[in-house]
Design a protein around this ligand. Structure first.
Ligand code: SAH
Length: 246
């Protein structure tokens, strides 16, 4: 069944209105007709089974047939702070992170990031990155579309996650071994916010890790091998997903 995402304001007691680009998609790409059924999420855990009632040029009216709770979301909100990688690697990272249950992704500017994004470029990248997150969310049956937030530097990240219940910075020279990482992952509580900071291809500078530690973020190991930046975040998300999934 086709799955669509709407804003809460489009949901009424017994109706859901579809607007924007989905209208064209339903009318002209999927060629759906009045009477056909679709699933609609509003960013919460509720999924509504709806029937198309009326198809207009700029909006589609649907009737709610039933509401079900979905368990597609992880019980904790995991934020991936990703040192901006070269080329189109970020797109791959976003797609995979969404499949693994990430809640939000923040492209992170660090000393060894080589990509330069001016204001205009950042805006266009964010648009593209968010549309990748949206298709990955649809494809993997999620009820929340993870957001790709604007670029932050390391200092802003440290401030942003100040109140997060769990925060870690995977670092190949971390003092403690992987046992401690396991302990942290297994200790993640339901409904908590988790921050994971991954360095770009060149990794973090020692001073950057020291600054993160200073603000309460724990440096952790991901094992005895050096992982590429696009592997490191996925490993963390994978083990968190396994630990959190009920
Ligand atoms: N500076 C390194 C590799 C950076 S890998 C070098 O060039 O040799 C990119 C990022 O992945 C790192 O900044 C770190 O966040 C994470 N990472 C990779 N392997 C890791 C490991 N074994 N333990 C912890 N973090 C790791």
């Amino acid at each position: 069944m086709q799955h669509f995402f709407v804003d809460r304001s489009q949901v009424e007691e017994d109706r859901v209105w579809i607007q924007g680009t989905d209208v064209n998609h339903i009318r002209n790409v999927l060629r759906m007709r009045v009477g056909e059924q679709i699933q609609i999420s509003d960013g919460s855990n509720r999924v509504r089974l709806c029937r198309i009632m009326k198809i207009e040029s700029d909006r589609i009216e649907t009737e709610i047939l039933s509401v079900e709770e979905s368990f597609a979301e992880l019980p904790a909100q995991i934020y991936l702070f990703q040192g901006i990688p070269k080329g189109d690697k970020m797109e791959f990272i976003i797609q995979k992170a969404v499949e693994l249950g990430v809640y939000a992704i923040v492209p992170m500017q660090t000393n060894r990031v080589v990509v330069k994004l001016d204001e205009k470029k950042e805006q266009s990248r964010l648009k593209r990155w968010n549309s990748i997150a949206e298709s990955a969310a649809k494809q993997s049956g999620r009820t929340v579309i993870p957001k790709v937030l604007p670029v932050m530097d390391l200092e802003e990240v440290c401030y942003f996650i100040k109140e997060f219940e769990c925060k870690m910075i995977p670092y190949e020279c971390a003092e403690k071994g992987v046992e401690r990482t396991k302990e942290l992952v297994e200790g993640i509580q339901q409904n908590s916010r988790v921050g994971v900071l991954i360095g770009p291809e060149g990794g973090f500078e020692k001073e950057e890790v020291a600054m993160a530690i200073e603000s309460g973020i724990e440096a952790v190991s991901l094992g005895r091998r050096i992982l590429r930046t696009e592997t490191a975040g996925m490993v963390v998300l994978g083990v968190m997903m396994f630990s959190l999934e009920k």
